[in-house]
Design a protein around this ligand. Sequence first.
Ligand code: GDP
Ligand code: MG
Length: 419
Amino acid sequence: LGGSISRALQQMSNATIIDEKVLNECLNEITRALLQADVQFKLVRDMTTNIKKIVNLDDLAAGHNKRRIIQQAVFNELCKILDPGKPSFTPKKGKPSIVMFVGLQGSGKTTTCTKYAYYHQKKGWKPALVCADTFRAGAFDQLKQNATKAKIPFYGSYTESDPVKIAVDGVETFKKENCDLIIVDTSGRHKQEAALFEEMRQVAEATKPDLVIFVMDSSIGQAAFDQAQAFKQSVAVGAVIVTKMDGHAKGGGALSAVAATKSPVIFIGTGEHMDEFDVFDVKPFVSRLLGMGDWSGFMDKIHEVVPMDQQPELLQKLSEGHFTLRIMYEQFQNILKMGPIGQVFSMLPGFSAELMPKGQLDTSNPKLMTDSRIMRIARGSGHQVHEVMDMMEEYKRLAKMWSKMKGLKIPKKGEMSAL
Ligand code: GDP
Ligand code: MG
């Protein structure tokens, strides 16, 4: 995916004359790639229409970096789609809030409920879990197990078959216990059946949640828009959580969910474990969607060009979780000489080789980059302050990525699936 977008942009920057035809071809290529990433057709079409309005052909013809201009425009438009314009209701610590989770069966509600509770518990909240799923056999056991592991109080029943009654009793119980985040897990069905929506409506009416979170599996593809819309029409969805972002899906359905529910994505699930849960951040998400900075693709490319076993020192440092500006600099310098891999790096947003601040390489702590230092680097290298800051952002992102690799064996060629 990232490959085809960067190829499209590459072709564009090779073209000497940028006319409407070249721009259209480029946007067609991007459209194809975004559809592959499950972004809804209508959203893609609207986006490309906007881009044609925004991108000035004269600027492109005169500008030096056409690829950057288009890439930035696409990037910005996708970020805009993910911003519904108003933040979701945010519970306040110490004040009781009721949060209800909805979504199809298997989307990850029960898992995500626990992650959400655990996330807040670590920050000093008093969360509690209510299992109002009486549809799926073993639902209560699953929630109970999760909750016990995380030491979070839970409520449910093996005998009561009315989800509304359980939800109300659970909420009342935890209100009395002064819990400040009462989370109601609901049932799902395999399909969007009327019975599911009716049940959700009743649970919501009885418990009056402050926030309804729609949980969506990132791999549902083009179905995302209709599914999200169906839920929104039944209950007052106020936020979205996209799960299974650790899988192959690029998660373009998240854009559909935001568009259909007019609610922001607040978290993403990145694994089955309790702490595989991240606050949603628009920019890295869009980078991933565009295939920029995709780790496994990046590693594939590295192996194509640089046999890792010829770089024992680098390997050692990376596996220890060290990733300094010097490493980034040296790798970029080496790698840029190598042709194809340079293209991989050029996909990273904000990356510019000549931007690397030569005198600052041993600064392994980005916090040491004070404003005046950044300004000095910008002046010294003839760049804009924001460009230096972009570079630092990119460094931080890569450093974070590498720190996740800590202790992991860097796979040899052919072992890529392990990532
Ligand atoms: P529910 O039916 O909506 O309550 O979904 P569950 O919470 O039971 O999750 C269904 C399956 O998806 C379980 O096997 C979970 O472990 C798995 N799951 C949930 N979230 C994630 C995630 O972010 N990543 C991965 N890899 N698996 C997940
Ligand atoms: Mg469940």
